[in-house]
Design a protein around this ligand. Structure first.
Ligand SMILES: Nc1ncnc2c1ncn2[C@@H]1O[C@H](COP(=O)(O)OP(=O)(O)OP(=O)(O)O)[C@@H](O)[C@H]1O
Ligand SMILES: [Mg+2]
Length: 258
């Protein structure tokens, strides 16, 4: 028997890590995200841009499986994550999420914050969880802060601990919701550098951001949302240099201060 005969008849589409079709979410009957179609291939970095209230955070929470959806479906690595009207399925830490507010445990050190989920969920031995946490903190540029508590860290350092904490669950997809918008410019740069490294290492990323320079330089693709819908979706260079939609042009002109 050759390899072809062994292949299952319906192979899930493994090239897309994430696939949303006709995704809709409303609150109290008011649509907030409508008919979103978004397929994210492995290794791609997608920057989501758009005005306040466009539904970016809501979409991201749906993609993370943190909120139910009312229409459409979401798949993660070829498996159903969320279906209209159903409860989203949890993929544990396989989908990492980083928010604007870092939400670290205040009573735990950096290493303890990062090692916690691997200990509890991945059931690693203490020494191994600790060793992995140390390596991750080094990777996000915090080799000297392993034993610091959150209150002893700057916002940028806390956000990098939060990223290390998400990475500790070995995610195959990272979702970021305005990870730098609570930070001063200096700390913003540090966090963006960590995200750029992740992108270059081949992580699949969807990031909601107002950092236009980051979106243009580090994202492969830009999705522009307004009023709950994807208005424009294309290669970062194309969307920035020659946006097809008037709405995108206006937003970019304002965001870029032109
Ligand atoms: N839990 C909720 N209950 C009711 N309405 C909500 C809820 N969360 C969000 N909304 C509404 O949904 C719309 C989209 O909100 P969302 O936070 O997704 O926008 P956003 O694009 O992330 O905006 P911003 O750039 O300000 O973060 C807003 O009108 C908001 O008021
Ligand atoms: Mg938001």
């Amino acid at each position: 028997m050759n390899d072809l005969e062994l292949a299952p008849t319906s192979t899930p589409n493994m090239t897309n890590v994430l696939e949303a079709r006709g995704l809709g979410r409303s609150y109290h009957g008011k649509p907030v995200v409508s008919d979103v179609n978004l397929a994210v291939p492995a290794g791609q970095t997608v920057a989501v841009l758009g005005p306040s209230g466009a539904g970016k955070s809501t979409m991201l929470r749906c993609l993370a499986g943190l909120e139910p959806i009312q229409t459409g479906s979401i798949g993660f690595q070829g498996r159903p994550l969320s279906e209209a009207g159903g409860k989203p399925r949890s993929f544990g830490g396989r989908i990492g999420m980083v928010f604007q507010q870092f939400n670290l445990f205040p009573h735990l050190t950096a290493v303890q914050n990062v090692a916690l989920a691997p200990l509890r969920v991945r059931r690693l031995r203490r020494e191994q969880a600790h060793a992995e946490a140390v390596a991750l903190l080094d990777r996000v540029g915090l080799p000297e802060h392993h034993d610091h508590y959150p209150f002893e860290l700057s916002g940028g350092q806390q956000q990098r601990v939060a990223i290390a904490r998400a990475l500790a669950m070995r995610p195959e997809l990272m979702l970021f919701d305005e990870p730098t918008s609570a930070l001063d410019p200096e700390f913003t740069r540090e966090v963006l550098a960590v995200m750029r490294d992740l992108a270059e290492d081949g992580m699949t990323i969807v990031v909601v951001t107002h950092e236009m320079d980051f979106a243009r330089r580090s994202a492969d693709r830009v999705v522009f949302m307004a009023e709950g819908r994807i208005v424009e979706d294309g290669p970062a260079a194309t969307v920035f240099d020659s946006p097809a939609q008037q709405r995108t042009r206006r937003f970019l002109a304002q965001a870029l201060g032109e």
